[in-house]
Ligand binder design. Structure first.
Ligand SMILES: [Zn+2]
Ligand SMILES: [Zn+2]
Length: 309
């Protein structure tokens, strides 16, 4: 099993909206003994996990998330290429996790005029998980103290908007947060909803930066289930009615034309089908959380330690 993250690939989704993706090969199906993915991947085919970051190139330029630290220099090089010599104006971090925020200060260092926008209150808790969070500082050559950074740093809240020229982004309270301080974003002209960890799934190694509707095989419930079981541990205990209401809220209020997740493929067509698959996946996940199914896990967690006395 290999564990080296690929260099970032990219694709222009619409005029000035770029999808960048780095992949983590997770091995083949036969190596992934615990997975049951025959529906969507051949036994000898590599499976990829991924991280996505999104760049909006306009009168003002904005990057949403950073990819991971092994790709720091490549990320800066790619942004430079895509912006064709223009500077980055805004770096937005969805939440301070290493695979979303790991290159924060590498990117700020390359663009000293860029403003860092970080979630403050986000899904409900107070400020304090923002620019000072240690995960923004994991690169060894970045300053430990944000006061030493020339960049402006600002907290942003749901409802705030930024006018980039043709595009306008708005920050959204996440309906499915993987952390209390996760912030979603939407873009008005393309009607894209950036859902961070929600609606992620693994993909086939031949299908990197491929739209969900263009994948070699359709996205299976199993793919959606596996990802959410991992990224949203709370979901197996969630109230299914509340989950359905939140999905209805996505359909009716946010009503996106494009869903752009951080760990899956961009969905541009038949969004209702993917949302239905998510509901099927979360129903299966909630069965896993039933007390009878939790007994063996609790026995394992609560077992006495095997130590020599
Ligand atoms: Zn994530
Ligand atoms: Zn890939």
């Amino acid at each position: 099993m290999t564990e080296t993250v690929s260099t970032p690939k990219h694709r222009e989704l619409s005029d000035g909206l770029y999808w960048t993706q780095e992949c983590l090969p997770l091995g083949t199906l036969t190596e992934l003994g615990q997975f049951d993915l025959e529906e969507w991947v051949e036994a000898d085919e590599d499976v990829h996990g991924c991280q996505n970051a999104y760049l909006l190139s306009d009168e003002r330029n904005l990057l949403f998330d950073t990819l991971t630290q092994p790709n720091g220099d490549d990320v800066v090089e790619l942004i430079d290429d895509l912006l064709e010599g223009e500077s980055l104006d805004y770096l937005v971090i969805s939440h301070p996790e290493a695979n979303h925020a790991g290159n924060t200060f590498t990117i700020l260092d390359a663009y000293p005029d860029a403003t860092l926008l970080v979630p403050g209150e986000a899904a409900g808790y107070g400020s304090g998980h923002g620019a000072e969070h240690e995960l923004y500082h994991i690169a060894s050559d970045t300053p430990a103290d944000v006061d030493q950074v020339p960049n402006e740093i600002r907290y942003v809240e749901p409802g705030e908007t930024i006018d980039l020229g043709t595009h306008t982004v708005e920050f959204e309270a996440p309906l499915f947060p993987d952390h209390s301080f996760t912030l979603w974003m939407s873009e008005r002209t393309t009607n894209t909803l950036f859902t961070v960890d929600w609606m992620g799934f693994l993909h086939q190694s031949s299908n990197c930066v491929t739209l969900a509707s263009d994948l070699d095989r359709d996205v299976a419930v199993e793919q959606v289930f596996r990802f959410h079981a991992l990224a949203f541990p709370w979901m197996r205990f969630a109230d299914l009615d509340a989950i359905e209401r939140a999905v209805d809220d996505v359909r009716d209020r946010l009503d996106p034309d494009v869903i752009a997740p951080a760990h899956g493929m961009v969905m541009t067509d038949g969004l209702d089908t993917y949302l239905d698959r998510f509901l099927e996946a979360v129903e299966a996940l909630s069965r896993e959380g039933e007390p009878s199914n939790m007994e063996s896990k609790l026995e394992y967690i609560l077992r006495p330690p095997e130590v020599d006395r």
